[in-house]
Design a protein around this ligand. Structure first.
Ligand SMILES: N[C@@H](CCC(=O)N[C@@H](CS)C(=O)NCC(=O)O)C(=O)O
Length: 197
């Protein structure tokens, strides 16, 4: 498999992390911002975004879809169970990753990558994500089910990168405990900006 990747990208990292947890072989194709808008890359992903995963003749973009594909194709049933209720829970929390947690991602893009966007709105959305997650993780070990799933992998990177967005995780002990559980998974790899707990 080939993963189009950039070190600063939390969305690309979540796919790489999952490939490592699944012990899959892959190569990284390092890609710069301008390259993403070139015709060759737009042929892979018309949205001009990483991550993109190529697996044989298959080319997938959008991290949520890629995680679903990898879980069902290369993982055991636990990462993305087919039971209707379990599936709904996992997808619901992947929606949380794409919605509230995006506030953390955009607040980071503003502070770290100097993107011209409104910090306060994204900070507020990101804090809502952290408060929701803290409340939930006080009562359980994993985000969606009673074991680790792709919802944990989808939520994790931009929560862990909150300090890059100038948002401290000190006041979120249950979130930090959950991060540590992820960091203890066999095959876990670091991303620059995510502190070891
Ligand atoms: N919803 C997409 C978001 C991907 C995304 O935002 N990628 C960023 C890097 S983290 C990117 O390529 N941005 C360049 C752009 O949007 O032009 C996913 O989860 O894969």
């Amino acid at each position: 498999m080939k993963l189009y990747f950039r070190e600063v990208s939390g969305n690309a990292y979540k796919v790489r992390l999952f490939l490592e947890l699944l012990k899959q072989d892959y190569e990284l194709e390092m890609i710069t911002g301008p390259e993403q808008k070139a015709p060759e890359f737009l042929a892979l992903n018309p949205r001009g975004q990483i991550p993109v995963l190529v697996d044989g003749d298959l080319c997938l973009s959008e991290s949520i879809g890629i995680l679903v594909y990898l879980a069902r194709k290369y993982g055991d049933d636990s990462w993305f169970p087919t039971d209707p209720v379990a599936m709904a829970e996992v997808l619901g929390w992947m929606g949380f990753a794409a919605d509230e947690v995006k506030g953390l991602a955009l607040a980071r893009a503003i502070k770290k990558l100097k993107r011209p966007m409104n910090y306060e709105d994204n900070y507020n959305l990101g804090m809502r994500a952290l408060n929701t997650l803290e409340t939930r993780m006080k009562q359980r070990e994993w985000v969606a089910l009673d074991h680790v799933t792709i919802a944990d992998i989808a939520v994790y990177p931009y929560v862990g990168l909150a300090p890059d967005a100038e948002i401290s995780l000190e006041g979120f002990p249950a979130v930090r405990d959950w991060m540590q559980r992820i960091q203890n998974l066999p095959g876990y790899i670091d991303m620059p900006g995510i502190d070891r707990i």
